[in-house]
Design a protein around this ligand. Sequence first.
Ligand SMILES: *[C@@H]1O[C@H](CO)[C@@H](O)[C@H](O)[C@H]1NC(C)=O
Ligand SMILES: *[C@@H]1O[C@H](CO)[C@@H](O)[C@H](O)[C@H]1NC(C)=O
Length: 381
Amino acid sequence: MLVRCWAEQSRRVVARIAATPDSGVHALPFLHRALLLPLLSAASAALRLSRLLSSSSSLYCPRHALPVPVVSVGNLTWGGNGKTPMVDFLARSFHNISVSPLLLTRGYSGGDESRMLRRRLSDTSAIIGVGANRAAVAASILHKYQIGVAILDDGMQHRRLLRDCDIVMVNALTPWGNTHLIPRGPMREPLTAITRAHIVVIHHAHLVSEAQLKTITSTIKDNGATCPVFFSKLVPSHIFEVNQPLQRLPLHVLHGMIVLCVSAIGCPDAFVRSVKEIGPLKTERLDFSDHHFFSAHDVQLIQDTLKKLVYQHKNDAVVLVTEKDYDRDPDALRMLDAKVWVLSSCLQIIPLEEQGDDEFMRKVREIISASRHAKLQRARA
Ligand SMILES: *[C@@H]1O[C@H](CO)[C@@H](O)[C@H](O)[C@H]1NC(C)=O
Ligand SMILES: *[C@@H]1O[C@H](CO)[C@@H](O)[C@H](O)[C@H]1NC(C)=O
C-alpha cells in the first residue's frame, strides 16, 4: 500500500519535471531541482548514448520483413498521443475496404490497450497478436489467417521489423514537453527522429489554438520532416455501464447529471474537456497518473468524493471513466458502490484544407504501394 503510494508520488514528480521547460525549472520545489534533476539528466544522457550505440549496431542486425504491408503507429513522447485510437481507426478503415488487419502490440502495462482494441474491434475481421517479439507473433498468425495488412502498435522504437508506412502521433496539448529525453523529459527519441515518419498526425488538434498548431507544424518541418501532416481528435461516440459493456447508451444520458471524471491516462485534460462539451450539469475530476491501477484506497477516495458532490448539489451523480481505465481493471470499477459509466470515443481526422478520413487513408495506401513497388524493383535488380 505504502509502496504503491510512493510510486504514484514519484511518477507525478517525474511527470511534472518532464512537462517543465528549462526556463521554468527555477520554480520547481528545491528538492526536485537539487536532487532529482541532475539524476534524471544523467539518466537521459546515458539513454542517448545507448540509443546511439544500438542504432549503429542495428545497422548490422538482420531486419525482418513480413509478407504483408506493415503500417506502424508510433510516438516520440510518452502517453496520451492517440496511438491506440489511431490503431483502432486504421484497423476499422482497412476492415471497411475488405482488407483484414493484423494488429501487433507489445501488450505492456497489463495489456489495457490490447484488451480495449480486442473489445472495440470484436465486430470486425481484425486479429490481435500480443507479444514483444512481433515478428514471431506475426509469423504464427499469418499462416493461419488471411491477412491483408499488419498494423504495428508502438513501432517507432521497434526497428527490427521493416515497415512500409510510419505514422507518428504528436499530442498537440504537450507536443514535446521540455524536449528532453526520458526520464529528464518525455522524449523517447530526439526530435530529429521525426524524419523517419511518412505521415505525422497532430492529435487533440481541436483543443489548441491555430497559432499553437502552426508552431508545432513548423517545429516538425524545422527538424527535417517533409511528410504530410494531418490533424485528429477524439470524438465521444457512446457510453456504457461497467456491468454491461455491450449495451450502448447515447451521450445525452449525461445531461442534467453531476459527472465525476476519474481517469489514469496520459492526457486527462482532453478527457475532461470533451465530457464538458457533452453538456452535463457539472463536472469534477480526479486524475491519476498514466497506467495507474486503482487501489482500495483510491476506490474509497472516489466514493467519498462522489458522496460529497451528491450532498453539495442535491443531484444525481455518476462516475465517468475512459475506456482505457475500464479495460485496465474493470473489477476495481465494479467495486464502487456508485453508478459507474464508461465514455467510448473514436479517432477522427479533422477535415481541414480538404483533408479528412478519406484523404488520410488514400495517403496511407499510396505510401504502401510506393514502398511495395520499390521493394519489387530492388528484388528484380
Ligand atoms: C508512448 O510510449 C510509452 C512508452 O514509453 C507508452 O507507455 C505510452 O503508452 C505510449 N503512448 C501511447 C499513447 O500509447
Ligand atoms: C467504417 O464503415 C462504417 C459503416 O459504413 C462507418 O460508419 C465508419 O465510419 C467507417 N469507419 C472508418 C474508420 O472508416
